[in-house]
Design a protein around this ligand. Structure first.
Ligand SMILES: *Cc1c(COP(=O)(O)O)cnc(C)c1O
Length: 234
């Protein structure tokens, strides 16, 4: 496809996703502007990001730090308000680069990573907003802190990062009703006074909004299917 056709497709997809977000928010008595759309551009080329930017999109999600570092910094100068969210499992040896380039790190999930991020914040002199990822269904192959360890880990991160710790994130198992997981995460955030809830992807963002999501991470419904699912970083 020609770049202008790609741009039209992405702009149209974005408009449809935004409409669905508004409708889902309104039907649960919420305001559309209380839900931030994070466009997940992993595996898609810079041209796809450019098209989304041209259509007014400002929040983007990437899984891999290296890929994000190659794609995003050049877009910053022309696009104030651009916010890069790192949403993939993060290796401690990538923490420094993550802290350097991200506005939001959504996958803080273990004490060793909290240590690495804290050290990186010191060295880089910048502090991204942080979300703790919870492995809501206890899936062994997924990153995220276990439900049973979430309370103490949240307390530890709050002590360590103060107001930079803003919320929680989860990825419920595919092929199950995600709503009970979303509700669990929403309650956990409420218990801890955390205002940001990143949950919901292309297949389930409306259910996530009904359960209180403030951020939905939508990839394929905007950019089309990915060549292949990227492997987690660890
Ligand atoms: C890829 C990815 C998404 C987006 O998934 P889609 O199903 O393409 O919308 C959201 N969150 C995370 C953590 C992802 O890795």
């Amino acid at each position: 496809m020609h770049q202008s056709q790609i741009a039209d497709t992405i702009a149209g997809n974005l408009a449809r996703v935004r409409e669905r977000i508004s409708a889902a928010a309104l039907s649960s008595g919420r305001r559309a502007e209380d839900v931030t759309l994070v466009a997940v551009s992993k595996t898609h080329p810079p041209g796809a990001v450019e098209a989304a930017l041209a259509a007014g999109q400002r929040h983007f999600g990437e899984n891999r730090v290296q890929e994000a570092a190659g794609k995003f910094p050049s877009f910053r100068p022309g696009h104030p308000g651009l916010a890069l969210h790192l949403i993939g499992g993060l290796q401690t040896n990538k923490a420094r680069l993550a802290v350097r380039i991200a506005d939001v790190i959504e996958s803080l999930d273990r004490p060793s990573l909290a240590d690495a991020i804290a050290a990186a914040i010191q060295k880089e002199g910048r502090t991204p907003r942080l979300l703790i990822e919870v492995n809501v269904a206890g899936e062994v192959q997924k990153s995220g802190i276990a439900r049973s360890e979430a309370d103490p880990f949240i307390a530890l991160c709050r002590q360590r990062f103060g107001p930079a710790l803003v919320g929680l994130m989860c990825i419920p198992p595919a092929g199950q009703d995600p709503t009970p997981h979303f509700i669990w995460l929403a309650r956990c955030a409420l218990n801890h006074g955390l205002g940001v809830l990143s949950m919901g992807m292309s297949a389930d963002f409306e259910a996530a909004i009904a359960a209180g999501a403030t951020h939905v991470r939508v990839g394929s419904a905007i950019f089309g299917s990915r060549p292949r699912t990227p492997l987690p970083e660890r």
